[in-house]
Design a binder for this molecule. Sequence first.
Ligand code: SAH
Length: 242
Amino acid sequence: MKHRHGRPVVDSKAGPAAGTASAGNLGLNSERVRRRMVERVRAQGVCNPRVLSALAVVPRHTFVDGALASRAYDDCSLPIGHGQTISQPYMVARSAELALRAIADPRSARVLEIGTGCGYAAAVFAQLFGSVYSIERVRALHERARDNLRPLRLANLRLVFGDGAVGLPAEAPFDAIIAAAAGEEIPVAWGEQLAPRGVVVAPVGAEKQALAVVARDARGKWVVQEAIEEVRFVPLLGGVVG
Ligand code: SAH
């Protein structure tokens, strides 16, 4: 298909035969374990086939420390240092699905992720959207994500070091802004940087958080606010570290 031309291929492993050596500490065939993770995410209600395929190709075990690699395909968040965690696969999938629902043509969509962390979710989003920007406020994590993502050669993904609470005005407007950190409310700047019909998918709240979807109509007016489900994310903090 013509429009598939140039799509990034993320899993560098040739197949099961190459699996054992390149899976390193995983000590298992990573493709098989990953497929089981995808099945669990599907069982939790994520049914968009493109999202499930994206989860199936991103090697999550390469985004966590060697010591945690054997747990990389459990559907949970795991520590990545600096008090932060890699997002739970289900949450990455659910957020992507909610953004996709609102986007007419994902292949030409511009998406901003707030909170790169180790880069896992960014790699998943880069499978789904035309261009993806991901911003991280902790320099060490931004650099680590850059190292983690380098072998995947995702030409449509840009990483930015900075405070995502103010969005990324230089690259706006975005068709979707997807946050991996929860503020007590959605920053006004995110709304201002949305394209018409764009959406923000973000956890909102302090102790009790809900995954929220906020949309803009064709004239730029804020129209929909939905609280999807209760969630638990790290806090959205201001300023940068490092
Ligand atoms: N999507 C990431 C999840 C990382 S956890 C992954 O797949 O690994 C959320 C991240 O948001 C943390 O790394 C945290 O440092 C970052 N964060 C919190 N507030 C932020 C802000 N204002 N701007 C940018 N990043 C922020």
